[in-house]
Design a protein. Sequence first.
Length: 217
Amino acid sequence: MSQCSEQPVSTDQAKSILRRTTVLLVLLLQATLTLASASSDTPAKAKWYRYYDSKGIANISSNVTPNHIRYGYEALDQNMQVIQRAKPYNVEADIRQAPKRAAQAQQQAEDLRIKRAYNNSHTARQKKNETLAQLKKQITFQQEQLKQLQNDRIMFIRQEREFLRKGQNVPAHLKTTLTNNEKNLNAQKENIQSLQSRYRNKEAEYDRIIQRLKALE
């Protein structure tokens, strides 16, 4: 019966084993640190919510209640460490701020509308010039019409006076013409005043739009 003899480990083999063991330990340590770092970067999830009432007594629950919102609360993790704080909700302050918030929302909506319509102040200025030029043409045309009506009235009045000078009755058709002429004159004046008012309003409106777009640019 033969007997197997154990071979002694050489120095080189021992060094090799030691190196491999050291490398494994380093890799294991790096993996552990990486996992720990990843865990610390992950935000902790709130498990409890704590608020202090008017008497300073702490109240803790697993969900947020109206009292939490009223007094303000702290979000706690599973180790009861504060991870987030919420300020108390003030009804009166919220009511006071309501008009301001409404005005801000209205301004934002208006800003969005004019940006969609004109994109920038240069485009708005071009549109302003085009609109005002068109209105000016209409006003000029209506003023010419008014001048013609005024000249016609002078002629009709002269005819009327000529009949009166001769002691003759003024013909019915001339009276009707004078009446219609006066109505047309008044309507034309109102039309011109309306166009002029529209011109001023459009000019002011575009000026506001241009100034607002400049502020947004």
